[in-house]
Ligand binder design. Structure first.
Ligand code: ADP
Length: 397
């Protein structure tokens, strides 16, 4: 069976076609600027050149229609006709407390995705638009929802509750949910395989360091804690998100900068983090380069970044009572040699010792700890699409 994996954002649609007989990716692509003038579709069939199509598209249905046309195109398509697609897997950011695993989409599931609009206003509405568009165009196959929050649903109240009046949890579902669950799931399972231990007997700390970034503490096959919270704003310092701050700063700056709630939300999500601190960029490559050439703010921004990650490693080491391995993944985690080295520096008291020579590697599955390190240090390229494709395949059968 071939599975179509769809990740629909507010103005973009990412897709992959995966052949489940050998889990190979037949094609992948991105429709960008959906509903905005200047829409483009970039399509990369396996073993062939990239194709770029420019065509203004008004909405997600038009975007998906173009994707399906491209997939069956005789020149650069990868299937003869749509009947080869046996199921569609959709990335959905928020499943609230209703879904601890992936599900076949029916009206009830769509209602839950909709019920989560108020707690995931940026993500769930476009995710549902993507589902509606695909269901309209492919009504005869199963559609599966794979939630970013699902893997974290094993957290206990002691880790997911905030110290707020209990009623706001009951009434408004204010609690820690955690995100990037599909990535933490994938890399923690691979880490268990690399350790040669059953997943449900491992203690693992996963570091998903991309433009958005989060960490998770995983014990006995369950997520114990994670750094992102009610929204993806909490936790680590990210490209443009502040991560942890004193919440009183929000009220203070709303007053000083005359921000309304939407503007304040935008400020802490889009103008803060490494971009705000360094004044250089949200991209760590630019900040590393600036620091190298003597930019003091860039240097300080990096130190804040390292400090926060180290702090959470210590936090999770304490909660897990030690761990078997830490895992670096996503853009920064897979490629940021200096970043990994600085994060792991001076953690030998915790049993974390990096071999800095072995660490000089990018995008490879590898153990970069010294032979005598108590804790293994893995780099594992993430593969969220594969998790979505596998769940979709399993549930479609
Ligand atoms: P997201 O999916 O959250 O958009 P990615 O996981 O694709 O992010 O990561 C993108 C980030 O990876 C970039 O913003 C950049 O900072 C970082 N990155 C990529 N390559 C390197 C590198 N060689 N060194 C440091 N950071 C890197």
């Amino acid at each position: 069976m071939k599975v179509l994996v769809v990740n629909a954002g507010s103005s973009s649609i990412k897709y992959q076609v995966v052949d489940m007989t050998n889990e190979s990716v037949l094609a992948q692509g991105l429709v960008d600027r959906v509903g905005i003038p200047g829409t483009t579709l970039e399509h990369k069939p396996e073993g062939k050149d990239k194709v770029l199509i420019k065509k203004d598209l008004p909405d997600h249905t038009a975007g998906m229609k173009l994707v399906l046309e491209v997939l069956v195109n005789p020149e650069y398509g990868v299937i003869k006709d749509m009947s080869e697609i046996g199921a569609v897997g959709h990335r959905v950011v928020h499943g609230g407390e209703d879904f601890a695993e992936s599900v076949v989409i029916d009206d009830k599931v769509k209602k839950v995705i909709k019920d989560c609009f108020d707690i995931a206003p940026l993500h769930n509405p476009p995710n549902l638009m993507g589902i509606d568009a695909c269901q309209e165009l492919m009504p005869n196959v199963k559609h599966v929802a794979v939630f970013d929050t699902a893997f974290h649903q094993t957290m206990e109240p002691s880790n997911f509750l905030y110290a707020l009046p209990y009623e706001v949890y009951e009434k408004y579902r204010v609690r820690r949910y955690g995100f990037h669950g599909t990535s933490h799931f994938y890399v923690s399972h691979r880490a268990a395989e690399m350790l040669g231990k059953p997943f449900d007997q491992c203690k693992i700390i996963t570091l998903h360091l991309g433009n958005g970034a989060s960490m998770a503490a995983i014990k006995d096959g369950k997520v114990m804690d994670t750094t992102m919270g009610f929204t993806p704003l909490e936790g680590l310092v990210m490209g443009t998100r502040s991560g942890d701050i004193d919440p009183a700063i929000v009220f203070f700056l709303m007053d000083k900068l005359a921000l309304n709630t939407t503007e304040a939300n935008n400020y802490f999500n889009k103008k803060a983090g490494m971009l705000g601190l360094s004044g250089v960029s949200n991209d760590l490559r630019d900040i590393l380069e600036a620091a190298e050439s003597g930019n003091e703010r860039a240097k300080i921004a990096l130190d804040v970044y390292y400090n926060r990650v180290k702090g959470y490693i210590g936090n999770y080491m304490a909660k897990l009572n030690g761990c078997d391995c830490i895992v670096f993944t996503a853009g920064v985690g897979e490629n940021g040699i200096d970043i990994r080295e600085n994060v792991c520096a001076d953690l030998d008291y915790l049993g974390i010792k990096m071999d800095v020579e072995k660490n000089k590697v990018r995008g490879k599955e590898v153990d970069v700890a010294t032979a005598d390190s108590k804790v293994r240090i893995f780099i594992i390229p993430t593969n969220e699409e594969l998790v979505i494709a596998r769940d979709t395949y399993r549930l479609a059968q």
